[in-house]
Ligand binder design. Sequence first.
Ligand code: ADP
Ligand code: ADP
Length: 225
Amino acid sequence: MGILKTENLVKIYGQEPNIVKALDNISIEINQGEFIAIVGTSGSGKSTLLNMLGGLDNPTSGETIISNKRISKLNDEELTIFRRRNIGFIFQNYNLVPILNVYENIVLPIELDGGKIDTDYVNKIIDILGLSKKLSSMPNNLSGGQQQRVAIARALATKPAIILADEPTGNLDSKTSMDVIGLLKVTSKQFNQTMVMITHNEEIAQLADRIIRIEDGKVVVRGDK
Ligand code: ADP
Ligand code: ADP
């Protein structure tokens, strides 16, 4: 069953005559527990599509349906809460909070939602991501790769039903990248999470259950099984 669907998504940036059709009628369906790679050249519309899948931006037309909810029907406040409960985001620029240490960053989404921290689970994630010795460090004192791992730990900490990741290993060397994606795959299967990641890296894309390839805002391969 499709936990994440889009219907005829169109996204147009700019004003006539200088418009960019970033998404051109995209209809996809992603099942619960699937691990999807979105692949395409720079400017093909990958980030725009991921933003729409997470309800971070409004389409020009068309719909995103998450867990059977048409997110256009939610107001801003409802959408914020819905996102926090259902989706873990891993952004390219990490979005870590500079005044909080590593541990505080990782558990922040749980605390914002008033939830209880599953210490065993969070510690396991921290351990696998190699962050145990960095928990009291401030983000500014970490390398790019370390910050990326903190962002991944934070996205996993709430055990979201859906994880959306934009080049989650863009700053990691190839061995660490394969390890981290392997970890994401293992945790997503263990918790029946749906993972959608953008990647430029074909080797990493091959780890996915299914590859969705886009060109000029259109789906050219949907990897139907
Ligand atoms: P990708 O992630 O595949 O590199 P993007 O989704 O970032 O592609 O961009 C798709 C197209 O939309 C590109 O032509 C890009 O320049 C354009 N675009 C993306 N965001 C904006 C924006 N905020 N304003 C105007 N054009 C944009
Ligand atoms: P990537 O290709 O890695 O996805 P981009 O460099 O295409 O990243 O885009 C980075 C950010 O800049 C995105 O948030 C996108 O929406 C925005 N952006 C991309 N192209 C444009 C543009 N032509 N005008 C304004 N914003 C843009």
